[in-house]
Write a protein that binds this ligand. Structure first.
Ligand code: ADP
Length: 628
């Protein structure tokens, strides 16, 4: 049989592995052991649910064989094995990375990230091996196959003989180089150390013949002789079943990295055990960065689900609400039936109870973090805050009360992220509302004319820079009985009664002028009026109704939805000298007032970050005015 080519992406990954400068090459062992363990899981699960599959639990194991002389290490499992097609499919292509494109093949730094970022699994063998040989026999079949590859050139699959089902992987370890002592992977102690470090919790024994020595008979303990004995190298106790106090941070972290394919330690580990109505153990992790595929449709939320130590589902999505979809981890409960299908799970009462508890637990841990480890929380919020915001917004705000305390926004006075609660605590005595303003960036919001007026009066403003933010505020409506108020859209009641009365009068008296101005700009705005919300600036654009100017921008930037219009209002600062000027023009020179209005409107649009449709006309108008 001829040599077959790897699929293009696999080839590149393989190439990366072979030429890898990744310093953590030792992880190849945990990857192969973990594959073996998964294969045993699969078979064992089948044996519990299918009476035609008979395996003896005691026999399930992974065996490591070292052959120093021939520079070979073998990892042997008696799991489900692979058929010829499966060998082809699973080892000829990368399972996980279908959508991943390697952007810069030459950049070594990125290579490392790629290696760390997803389940490179099997291919990692090529970091240490010059040749990889896989012999496999699928459970319940009579034929075994051997897959061989020396790297990028391709692989071969042929029929072979194999006594028992399962998979045996043999690596021909590379020769040592100046930088890399590959020989250490042929060393018993090194292998024992690696198993302890990365694979201790694997629930099947990982066995290896280990050299020992005992006193030689008849020498009175003066001489020793060497002998070999098979030993189990791992403790086999799942991490989540061990006592919290006895688990080192490193163990949690290594477990996370191995299981959930991350190269960085998690930002937070939550380990909990619950006894009672429904019992379960759980370990939950909050990653410290966005999972690489988080925004792809391949990303599946969910926790691993075990029933008494047996994996029954890899991603049980019902265990996590969407707004915590970034959480990774597992749940093990003795109360769940093994024979449960995905469909049944959704209706499983026990599972729903667990899911509810887990949600509460995540939330309380986050709140605890916010209270006691604020900096760490801020980091988490910077990474996953958008997710939480979507949680507030989605389902018509059904979960807003549950999540609102987790929200953070940038504060104009504190110059950092603050919570709504902190804002309310700091509110001025006479302050009725929580003020916010929206824009592309903190700097841009800071320069908004509306912001200036409110800041001047000493009020704190939340600066909302994310597209979702304003929608969140609209759903939220209030916090601790304080209305949330967009200072650019709604009227901010900061005036004294007298001032208010005065403004009202002014607006009524000049109604005719405003109508004239409105017409001058082609009725593009709903209204023109005076305002007191500005300090030094002459004009601003605000809106009436549910859609603000900022929301119009967001909505129109989305595909299919670009006809949304805010009902805009052109506001003129009543205390600005321009007010007198336009009043006079209305009486004496209406034509010039038209030009003034066009310019003022364009200014307001520019400040809001909106496009001016007729830039040449405006530019000429300004020039005319300058030349007068
Ligand atoms: P992953 O384990 O992340 O899916 P791998 O590249 O490590 O990716 O393995 C690809 C696939 O090959 C696995 O999903 C599994 O189906 C199969 N496989 C690998 N090792 C074994 C094994 N020892 N026994 C049975 N199947 C295996």
């Amino acid at each position: 049989m001829g040599t077959k080519q790897f699929k293009a992406e696999s080839k590149r990954l393989l190439d990366l592995m072979i030429n890898s400068i990744y310093t953590n090459k030792e992880i190849f062992l945990r990857e192969l052991i973990s594959n073996g363990s998964d294969a045993i899981d699969k078979l064992y699960y089948r044996s519990l649910t299918d009476k035609n599959v008979n395996v003896n639990k005691e026999d399930l194991s992974i065996e490591l064989i070292l052959d120093k002389e021939n520079r070979m290490i073998t990892i042997k499992d008696n799991g489900c094995g692979m058929t010829e097609e499966e060998l082809e499919k699973n080892l000829g292509t990368i399972a996980k990375s279908g959508s991943l494109s390697f952007k810069s093949e030459n950049e070594k730094k990125e290579d490392i990230d790629i290696i760390g970022q997803f389940g490179v699994g099997f291919y990692s063998a090529f970091m240490v091996a010059s040749e990889v040989i896989v012999e496999s026999k699928a459970y319940g079949t009579n034929e075994a196959y051997i897959w061989k590859s020396k790297g990028v050139e391709g692989y071969t699959i042929e029929k072979t003989e194999k006594d028992s089902y399962g998979t045996t992987i043999t690596l021909k370890i590379k020769e040592d180089t100046e930088d890399e002592k590959y020989s250490e992977y042929l060393d018993e102690y090194k292998i024992m150390e690696l198993v302890k470090k990365y694979s201790d919790y694997i629930r099947y024994p990982i066995k290896m013949e280990v050299e020992k020595s005992k006193p030689k008979e008849g020498t009175d303990g003066k001489e020793f002789e060497k002998y070999k004995e098979q030993e189990t190298l791992n403790s086999m106790i799942p991490l989540w079943k061990r006592k919290k106090s006895e688990i080192k941070e490193d163990e949690y972290n290594n477990f996370y990295k191995e299981k959930f394919y991350d190269y960085e330690n998690p930002a937070k580990v939550i380990h909990a055990g619950v006894e009672g109505g429904v019992s379960y153990n759980t370990i939950l992790y909050i990653p410290s960065h966005i999972p690489f595929d988080f925004y792809t449709k391949e990303y599946e939320k969910g926790l691993q689900l075990y029933s008494n130590g047996v994996l029954i589902m890899d991603k049980c999505s019902d265990l996590l609400p969407d707004y915590f979809s970034f959480v990774k981890g597992l749940v093990d409960s003795p109360d769940l039936s093994l024979n449960i299908s995905r469909e049944m799970l959704q209706h499983d009462r026990q599972l729903r109870v667990i899911a509810k508890n887990i949600e509460k637990k995540i939330k309380s841990e986050l709140l605890d973090m916010l209270k006691n480890k604020r900096e760490e929380y801020e980091k988490v919020f910077e990474v996953f805050g958008t997710q939480i915001k979507f949680g507030v917004y989605n389902d018509y705000g059904m979960n807003k009360d549950n999540l609102k305390d987790l929200l953070m926004f940038y504060s104009s006075t504190e110059k950092k992220l603050v919570t709504l609660d902190e804002y309310v605590q700091r509110m001025k005595e006479n302050q009725k509302n929580i003020y916010y303003a929206c824009g592309e960036s903190i700097d841009k919001i800071d320069l908004l004319p509306q912001v200036e007026g409110i800041k001047e009066k000493g009020y704190e403003i939340l600066y909302l820079t994310e597209n979702i933010d304003e929608f969140v505020m609209q759903v939220l409506m209030e916090y601790k009985e304080k209305k949330v108020l967009n200072i650019c859209a709604e009227s901010v009641d900061l005036d004294s009664d007298e001032e208010k009365e005065n403004l009202k009068k002014q607006n009524e008296q000049n109604k005719e002028m405003f109508d004239f101005m409105k017409e001058a700009i082609g009725n593009e705005v709903q209204k023109v009026r005076f305002t007191h919300r500005l300090k030094n600036h002459p004009v601003c654009l605000t809106s009436e109704g549910p859609i603000s100017v900022e929301m119009q921008k967001v909505l129109n930037s989305m595909p299919n939805d670009n006809n949304v219009k805010a009902q805009m209002v052109l506001e003129i600062n009543e205390n600005h000298p321009i007010t007198d000027k336009i009043k006079k023009l209305f009486e004496n020179d209406k034509e010039t007032l038209k030009d003034y209005t066009k310019i003022l409107y364009s200014q307001a649009k520019l400040i809001e970050g909106l496009n001016i449709e007729n830039p040449t006309e405006i530019s000429n108008l300004i020039c005319d005015m300058l030349s007068k």
